[in-house]
Design a protein around this ligand. Structure first.
Ligand SMILES: C[C@](O)(C(=O)O)[C@H](CC(=O)O)C(=O)O
Length: 326
């Protein structure tokens, strides 16, 4: 038997001539709505590798991840060449996030780091508005002092509960005012300074205000991670897995079994980039060649970065840029 399915532009389709209602929207769904639906309609763990630039994001998409995470540490390292010490400002973060979030309009939703919100309530509000307009699907905002540092370093300090909640409130009011589905992730770094109970108190208070997801940074044991999921259930929690950081190694399988809903791997692409670049440059210095594996040429990189799509757009538009190939 032959089944002929014809899909129309608006999502209506015909099966052997019989017109069917669209079950899948072929329109671009805002990334924030996509992420929100993934959280609401499934029980799956959304695994988001940390990406820090266009190429790392493209590779994560090529491999087929359902979500991406823009790391602030990686953004600071790659755009500013600096350590994760509150040196990246809203402009740096938003510009990077906007580029990544818009690489593929049908691509995976992007969760982006928003650090402390970069100032008082007005700055938080401005940051949330800019992330929404940039097409970011979700963001986390934390309770470290403005002169923050990476969550996996010692010596962190957090602001008082009231100031933290002011940040969360400013974020919530802004996203509501703009009728955005952007997922608000409340992060606390209070574990080092105040202990586990205070973290739970802070996350519960953020949840009260309307934060969609919680993030307790820097778990010191697997038991603690599991406990947090239980103490805050059924509120979804995000786990930040930084290998060789402050926390024990937790796999995606373990995180799923513990009940986490989102898992980010902040250093998933920047550490291998460091490793690969350094080894290669050492070889160049000592042996005089880069030593690129056979078959891996400029086109490989351009293919990952949308060469085929670009050629298609040009050709379909009547352009002649690629009549002789590339
Ligand atoms: C998640 C994080 O905010 C990031 O920028 O990726 C960092 C990661 C890191 O520096 O270890 C954090 O955990 O503070």
């Amino acid at each position: 038997m032959t089944i002929t399915i014809t899909v129309e532009k608006d999502g209506y389709y015909e099966v052997n001539g019989a017109r069917q209602e669209p079950t899948v929207s072929l329109y671009v769904i805002p990334a924030a709505s996509k992420l929100r639906r993934m959280l609401k309609d499934t029980k799956d763990l959304i695994v988001c590798p940390g990406v820090y630039d266009g190429l790392s994001a493209r590779i994560a998409m090529e491999v087929g991840f359902k979500g991406l995470y823009m790391t602030g540490a990686g953004t600071t390292a790659s755009r500013l060449g600096m350590a994760d010490l509150a040196l990246a400002q809203l402009h740096d973060m938003k510009t990077n996030a906007e580029m990544i979030a818009n690489l593929d309009p049908f691509g995976p939703p992007l969760i982006a780091d928003m650090d402390t919100g970069y100032g008082g309530p007005l700055m938080v509000s401005k940051a949330v508005q800019q992330y929404i307009q940039a097409g970011v699907a979700g963001f986390h905002i934390e309770d470290q002092i403005q002169n923050k540092r990476c969550g996996h370093l010692a010596g962190k300090k957090v602001v008082g509960l009231d100031e933290y909640l002011t940040r969360i409130r400013a974020a919530k009011l802004t996203k509501d005012r703009l009728h955005s589905d952007i997922v608000l992730i409340a992060r606390t770094d209070a574990l080092q300074q105040h202990g586990y109970e205070e973290c739970i108190r802070r996350l519960k208070a953020a949840r009260e205000i309307g934060a969609d997801v919680g993030l307790l940074e820097g778990f010191t044991s697997k038991e603690q991670a599991r406990q947090a999921v239980q103490d805050l259930a059924p509120w979804p929690l995000l786990l930040n897995m930084v290998e060789n950081g402050a926390s024990p190694l937790i796999t995606t399988k373990e995180a799923e079994e513990m009940g986490f809903r989102i898992m980010i791997f902040s250093f998933a692409t920047i550490t291998p980039a460091y490793q690969g670049i350094k080894t290669t440059l050492q070889r160049l210095k000592t042996e005089g060649v880069v030593g690129t594996p056979e078959g891996l040429g400029p086109k490989t990189i351009f293919d990952v970065c949308g060469l085929m799509d670009a050629m298609k757009v040009d050709t379909e538009s009547g352009g002649d840029g690629f009549v002789d190939g590339v």
